[in-house]
Structure formats: C-alpha cells, structure tokens
Design a protein around this ligand. Structure first.
Ligand code: ADP
Ligand code: MG
Length: 457
C-alpha cells in the first residue's frame, strides 16, 4: 500500500527523476524550452500525465520526445512506463476525482472547441468576500449576455476560480438560452487556430472557417489571455473579431492571471478594449470560504471527511484552491488505500507528508543547502565558499544535485549564483551525482536520505 501512495503523492519527485535522466541526453536549449515547463498532473496506472502551458511545446514534445521520455523512465527505474502530454488549459478534463473517473473519457473534439466542464457550475461555486464581485458580474452576464457588462474581464492569481466561472457561464447559457452560440477557448487555442489558418491560407475554406467560427458567436470567452504572445498577427485578428462582436452587442468574456495593465505584450488598442467594460478581480478566499469550498468538494466527490481535517487543510493552504482540492483528494485517496477513515488530523498529516504539493512552499535553495550542511557536518560558509577540498566539494555537489531534483524549475544559473559559481558547475555536479547514483549504492542512499530530510523538515 505505502509504495503506491508514495508514487501517487510524489509525482513531482517522480518527474524530477525522469527529468534528471533526460537532461543528460537532451540539448540544454531544448531542455529549457520543452522540459522545464512540464508539470505532473496525475497518473493513470503506469501512465504519467504531464501538462505544459503552450500548445507549441505540447506539439514538439509529442512529435519528437516521447521515446526519449519513455527511455528515461526505464533508465531511472521509474514506476511509470508511459506518458501523455496535456495542455494546461485542458488539464481539468483529465483531473481524476477519486469518486468519478468518467472525466477521463473526455476527448478533445475535432473542431478543437473545448467542452464545458460539467461540474463547473454556479451552484458549485462558493461565493465569499473574495470573489463576490466576479461571481455577481458573471451571473449578470449569464442572465443578459451582450448588454451591460461587456466585455467582462476577470483576473486573479492561479487557482482561484476564473476557469470555473467561465464554464459556469457556459453551462448556464446552455441550459437557459440554448439558442445562443457560446464558445469557450483559451488564448493558446485561439492562437493555434489562427496560426493553422494562416499556414493553410491558400485554402480559402480554412481562413473562412476561422473567421466564421469566432465571428458567429453570441458569447465568446477567452481564458488565460496572459498567454497571448507578442506577435502582432494573432492579436490583430483578435482585435478585429473583438470589434465585430462588440459592435453587434455580442458578449465577450476574458480571463487573465494578472491585471490588464500588466499584460505588457498586448497591443495597446487591444488592452484598452479589454479594459473598457467591467473588470472584476478574485482574491484568495478567507478561512470560512475555504472551509465551505472544501465541504462542497468533499460532498461532490463523495469523500467522507471530518470537520477537523477540513479545518486543518483550510489552514494549511490559503492561496490556491486547486492546491487545496489536491490536498483533499490526496487525503481521501490515502484513507481509501489504507482503509482508514479520513477523520483525524494525524492521518491527514501522514497522507500529505510525502506530498510535494504541500512541501513546495518551504523548500528553497537555502533550506536544502542547510539540510546538506547538517548531514555532512560542514559549514554553510564553506559549502558556498571557495574551498575545493574533497570534504567540501562532495557535500556541495550533493546539495546542487538535490536542489536541481527538488526544485526543477529553478534556473541553473540561480543555483550556481547561490554557490558563487556559474551554471556549468551545477550541470557538472548534477550529471556526476546522477550518474554515480546508478552505480553506487552509497550515493543512492545519501540522496534518499537528503531528499527525505528536506521534504520532512
Ligand atoms: P483559475 O482558472 O483561476 O486558475 P480554476 O477555475 O481552475 O482557477 O479553479 C481551480 C479549482 O478551484 C477548480 O477545481 C475550481 O472548481 C475550484 N474553485 C475555485 N474557486 C471556487 C469556489 N469559489 N467554489 C468552489 N470551487 C472553486
Ligand atoms: Mg484557469
């Protein structure tokens, strides 16, 4: 039982192992562009589902790197043997709830339009001080689209309900105003569509399809507009579509992970359009709202969980509801696999102990280095200093290796800087320790110890 749990709750670590292997065989440019952004989503038996933010990254990974990833999995004796790459904006479709695996069967349809997620409704959306304004604006839009609130621009940090609200509007319109044409898309999806139509511009049908598709909507929603890239053409196409829809009193809804004024890459005339209607932001929810959200999620996933545990979780994660939900699922899965009821805080702590989700916040370059110093009994000044004697070099290399494993998104140059060295020193340390760990059980044991110490600190 425990082994399964370690793998499931430690997807981050599993990926770090695989990445570490991959980095040896892949050029550092490709590694930075395509692999560094990868995040683990979930797993289905021996298949690891990874998400990337951009469609271009997904395409390249799928076309060129699947065999390399599988090979790396085999080389590091990973539990996983297969991989799927998923676009971040579509990740919700694949998120397995413990009670309901049916989400897995969702497949993107031919016409690249994204279906509404059934569970993202207004009914399932808990309203509190932090999101009241956005929820009210969204409800008004769903009631009378294309009238007063146009465009509606919702922004918040990640994981606070933007996508949920957009889908809630879509679901509500499907039921209450079925005659309206409603399209939900993401900035990446829109960009891809546009690029495709440009590439095939010799075929007039393709271009016409693109224009028809977006201009014929009564309600157009574009999620995550922060992913539009500097590049005039896509933005220009959107600008014209926006104007056409707007002047025909069609509803436009946009979401972003930052305020309009921070979308520097947006063409001025486009950002002024985005900001011309109602702007609603969502703040992190307060304690009561977090509790209410957890209770609602527990109910809909049919998770039996005690008040105490809910309070514990709500206290533990305050910034991101997606993470909060992940913790709830982890605890629930842990209790199911161990056949213990999810009613004690101790059980929740145990379930979350190995979880990189919760550990993520307090693991830093510095905290890892401190653990290594304590483990090898060396001073921090020495490990970050100039000395090159073996008693210092080895701990330093382990520290660098563990940092690259546990903080795979930290630029190598940043790690190097901490130690007063450049990124090539970090690469050498990482590759050397990584190589040795496969041949030398002593090294392997030290790495295991260090990882555990860091994660359970
Ligand atoms: P964003 O798009 O802002 O990154 P999402 O809409 O994907 O965030 O929300 C992340 C998760 O949190 C989703 O599962 C969503 O259902 C849930 N969530 C966010 N806000 C609420 C809320 N107020 N009530 C219920 N669930 C919420
Ligand atoms: Mg979102």
């Amino acid at each position: 039982n425990n082994i399964i749990i370690v793998y499931i709750t430690n997807l981050d670590l599993a990926l770090a192992d695989i990445m570490d292997r991959l980095s040896i065989n892949i050029s550092s440019a490709a590694y930075e562009i395509y692999f560094v952004p990868l995040r683990p989503l979930t797993s289905i038996e021996n298949k690891l589902l990874l998400v990337v933010p951009r469609a271009s990254q997904k395409n390249v990974l799928e076309k060129s790197y699947i065999p390399a990833i599988k090979k790396a999995m085999a080389e590091c004796n990973s539990f996983f043997t297969d991989v799927s790459i998923i676009l971040e904006s579509e990740a919700d479709k694949y998120y397995i709830s413990v009670a309901d695996n049916s989400a897995l069967t969702a497949e993107s349809s031919e016409d690249t339009s994204i279906p509404f997620i059934k569970s993202y409704t207004f009914d399932n959306f808990v309203i509190g001080d932090s999101n009241q304004m956005a929820a009210a604006a969204a409800a008004a839009v769903a009631e009378t689209p294309g009238t007063i609130i146009n465009p509606l621009f919702i922004h918040s940090r990640p994981g606070l309900g933007k996508t949920h609200i957009l889908h809630a509007i879509g679901n509500s319109l499907r039921v209450n105003k079925p005659a309206l044409k409603v399209l939900y898309t993401t900035a990446e999806n829109f960009t891809n569509d546009y690029i495709y139509s440009i590439r095939h511009s010799k075929n007039a049908d393709v271009m016409r399809n693109f224009n028809n598709k977006y201009r014929s909507q009564d309600v157009l929603m574009i999620d995550d507009v922060q992913f539009f890239e500097k590049g005039e053409k896509t933005q220009e196409a959107l600008f014209h579509i926006f104007n056409d829809l707007y002047s025909a009193n069609k509803q436009i809804i946009l979401s972003s992970d930052r305020p309009v004024k921070n979308l520097a890459f947006l063409d001025e005339r486009l950002s002024s359009r985005f900001a011309s209607g109602i702007i609603a932001d969502i703040q992190p929810p307060n304690f009561e709202t977090r509790v209410a959200i957890l209770e609602k999620k527990a109910l809909s996933y049919k998770i039996n969980i005690s008040r105490d545990v809910i309070y514990y979780l709500a206290e533990k994660e305050q910034q991101n509801i997606r993470i909060l939900e992940g913790m709830l699922k982890t605890v629930s899965l842990f209790s199911t696999l161990n056949q213990k009821p999810a009613n004690s805080v101790d059980l929740a702590k145990e379930a979350l102990r190995d979880s990189a989700i919760t550990a993520g916040d307090n693991i830093t370059i510095n905290s890892i280095t401190e653990v290594c110093c304590a483990y090898f009994n060396v001073k921090k000044e020495d490990i970050t200093g100039k000395r090159r004697t073996k008693d210092i070099v080895e701990p330093r290399q382990f520290a660098m290796y563990v940092i690259t494993m546990l903080l795979p998104n930290t630029p190598l140059a940043t790690i190097g800087e901490y130690f007063g060295r450049d990124h090539t020193t970090v690469i050498n340390a990482r590759d050397k320790i990584g190589r040795l760990s496969n041949e030398d059980t002593r090294i392997k044991t030290i790495i295991g110890d260090l990882k555990n110490l860091v994660i359970n600190k």
